[in-house]
Design a protein around this ligand. Structure first.
Ligand code: GP9
Ligand code: MN
Length: 438
């Protein structure tokens, strides 16, 4: 009910992290280009895979060049926070600074019903942005075609807008190279400034072996085919992104854009990690849930052409923190919005990263699968001092509060009562994603 909103408002007020003045608005007015890196985990960044002859192959050379550039704000302690809604949960988190649901997918269950104050809506109403999603799969996957209307997306180019054949696609849609190159015809007609999102799929489980010209990147040689192919599909995705950047540069869009790349969730599940261990300089028999928790890191890179104050930032955060981070760079004050994350570039962050199941990671401790681990050694803490006990209790409470606040908002559809943002409520029926081009 509307009165639940008071508790939500005070939570948000207490957790608001003010922007760093020197960074606020540095990308104001630029186009936003989100690139959704399907199933990409942080461990592939700067990783070199050894082939059978011991020769090393850089898996994601292009992403690495962005990651290591001082024109990119890169993060190495950024975690995904999804649950059963996988890709759709990542989208919910990144564009609303709210969590997905504890069960199932928010997109599927509430995407068509609830009121949202999402990134496309905020940017349209405060800065005059046009918005568009590009994705080479069918529009009703994850109920996207309805949910994007509720988010205020002006355009959604799904697979019906692309030339998809048996040769250039697989079960989740168009391969990334064809997808990005065919997207250009629509992208170049968008009114600027635009807020856009390109959802890649080629690097999706089961990481099918690539054929023809695309094959050739060495496969890993573990006993798990899924792991073995993962590096090659990562490498293919990386090439696709490089080609897209070449286009952005040639078209001139590059210089007045901010390009944000993020991994949506793990690609290798915990049950496979012991097999992966040997490739990461670890062994299966010493692998624990501590290691599983650390593997939930995903890339998050904010590339701002022309800027030189970037670098690798070690703050601990997650997908829920992305929206306030982006909005502050675009010069949008977020203090009046109901967002549960904290700007990753703010100096007054908490650095307690909640997983959707109540586990969490902090810079010094990890709580996962019901066990507390010390990050310095990776070992379980068997005896806790009174001080540590109190600290852990406080962290658990903080995590539960963030998750339950999100659930209260989503399950109660509370944003429909929230007027302090100054945003006009979206009417989803004014959007149609059919016949968007002549
Ligand atoms: C499908 C794609 C995959 O359209 O976005 O979603 P996932 O299976 O990763 O949740
Ligand atoms: Mn996904």
């Amino acid at each position: 009910s509307a009165t639940d909103l008071d508790a939500v408002k005070s939570y948000v007020r207490e957790h608001y992290a003010a922007p760093d003045d020197s960074l606020f608005g540095i990308a104001k007015g630029r186009n936003v280009i989100y690139i959704h890196l399907e199933s990409t985990q942080q461990f592939v960044i700067n990783y070199k895979l050894k082939d059978a002859n011991g020769v090393e192959h850089e898996v994601t050379p292009f992403l690495n060049s962005l990651y290591n550039s001082n024109s990119t704000y890169s993060f190495d302690n950024f975690f995904h926070q999804v649950k059963a809604g996988k890709t759709s949960d990542a989208e919910t988190l990144m564009e609303n600074s709210l969590f997905g649901l504890d069960q199932g997918s928010l997109f599927t269950q509430l995407g068509a019903k609830n009121t949202f104050q999402s990134a496309p809506n905020i940017l349209e109403q405060t800065q005059g942005y046009t918005s568009a999603v590009f994705h080479g799969n069918v529009g009703n996957f994850w109920n996207r075609n309805e949910t994007y209307k509720s988010f205020g997306y002006d355009y959604f180019f799904d697979s019906s807008y692309y030339d998809v054949t048996d040769e250039n696609s697989f079960q989740y849609g168009l391969m990334d190279k064809q997808f990005l190159s065919q997207s250009v015809q629509y992208l170049e007609k968008l009114q600027q400034p635009f807020y856009s999102k390109f959802i890649l799929v080629s690097n999706h489980f089961p990481y099918s072996e690539l054929s023809g010209d695309e094959s050739g990147f060495p496969l890993a040689t573990t006993n798990d085919e899924t792991i073995n192919n993962y590096f090659a599909t990562e490498n293919y995705m990386d090439n696709a992104i490089k080609e897209f950047f070449d286009y952005l540069k040639a078209s001139g869009l590059y210089d007045n854009s901010i390009i944000v790349l993020y991994g949506d969730h793990y690609g290798i599940s915990n049950s496979r990690n012991e097999e992966l261990a040997s490739l990461l300089g670890k062994t299966a028999d010493t692998w624990t849930d501590y290691d599983n928790a650390q593997m939930q890191r995903v890339p998050y890179m904010i590339h701002i052409p022309g800027t030189t104050s970037g670098g690798v930032n070690h703050t601990y955060g997650g997908e829920v923190d992305a929206l306030p981070t982006l909005l502050h760079l675009l010069g949008v004050d977020t203090s009046k919005y109901i967002q549960l994350g904290q700007d990753l570039l703010s100096k007054d962050r908490d650095q307690v990263v909640a997983f959707r199941d109540g586990s969490f990671v902090t810079p010094n401790y990890t709580y996962y699968g019901g066990t507390l681990y010390e990050n310095a050694t990776g070992t379980a803490v068997t005896e806790q001092s009174d001080e540590l006990k109190a600290q852990v209790k406080a962290w658990k409470k903080q995590v539960e509060e963030q998750l339950s606040t999100s659930d209260t908002i989503n399950n109660g559809d509370l944003l429909r009562f929230y007027t302090d943002s100054g945003l006009t409520t979206i009417d989803p029926s004014k959007y149609s994603y059919l016949n968007q081009v002549d």
